[in-house]
Design a protein around this ligand. Structure first.
Ligand code: S3P
Length: 172
């Protein structure tokens, strides 16, 4: 298994938490696109949105992805909007296993209820925002994924076990 494992899915699906633990278990390096971007710029994602708008953020996100895709054998968590650009999809599809962590809007709302950092969630009506995003993005996540994990009713450890099982059955 030389390929990168790329985690995709909506905000609150658990990409960062699952990714970090999965990497540890597999003894691989873990990278979180948003975190790498924050470390690189020295500011929070919300500040990038404020100063450069979503478009500025998306350009930076693609550059970070280009860099991270140079690695092999890593676990990489992406931001929920990564599937919006065709060039990103092309980048992450190369030599990788794409794992879609799916989550219903209700789970997303529960898991992000204290969130003050994600710019797209700072709206009056999170339900409507998340519904719109899921209508637009969920079909794309599903289309490009090699493996789909429904995170709604299971713990992080169970999701990880399911990912490992499904990766093994891809190999055989
Ligand atoms: C975004 C999701 C965020 C982050 C940014 C935009 C999105 O990442 O990249 O706020 O468009 O869904 P998470 O999915 O890790 O929250």
């Amino acid at each position: 298994m030389q390929s990168n494992i790329i985690l995709i899915g909506p905000m609150g699906a658990g990409k960062s938490s699952v990714g970090r633990r999965l990497a540890k278990q597999l003894n691989r390096k873990f990278y979180d696109c948003d975190k790498v971007l924050e470390d690189r710029t020295g500011v929070a994602i919300s500040t990038i949105f404020e100063l450069e708008g979503e478009e500025g953020f998306r350009q930076r996100e693609t550059k970070i992805l280009e860099e991270l895709m140079q690695f092999e054998n890593a676990v990489i968590a992406t931001g929920g909007g990564v599937v919006l650009r065709k060039e990103n999809i092309k980048l992450i599809s190369n030599n990788s296993i794409i794992v879609y962590l799916s989550a219903s809007v209700n789970s997303q709302i529960k898991r992000t209820r204290h969130d003050k950092k994600r710019p797209l969630l700072q709206t009056e009506d999170r339900h409507t925002t998340l519904n719109k995003l899921s209508e637009q993005r969920n079909p794309i996540y599903a289309k490009i994924a090699d493996i789909v994990i429904d995170t709604d009713s299971q713990s992080i450890s169970t999701s990880i076990q399911e990912i490992l099982q499904k990766i093994n059955s891809l190999d055989s």
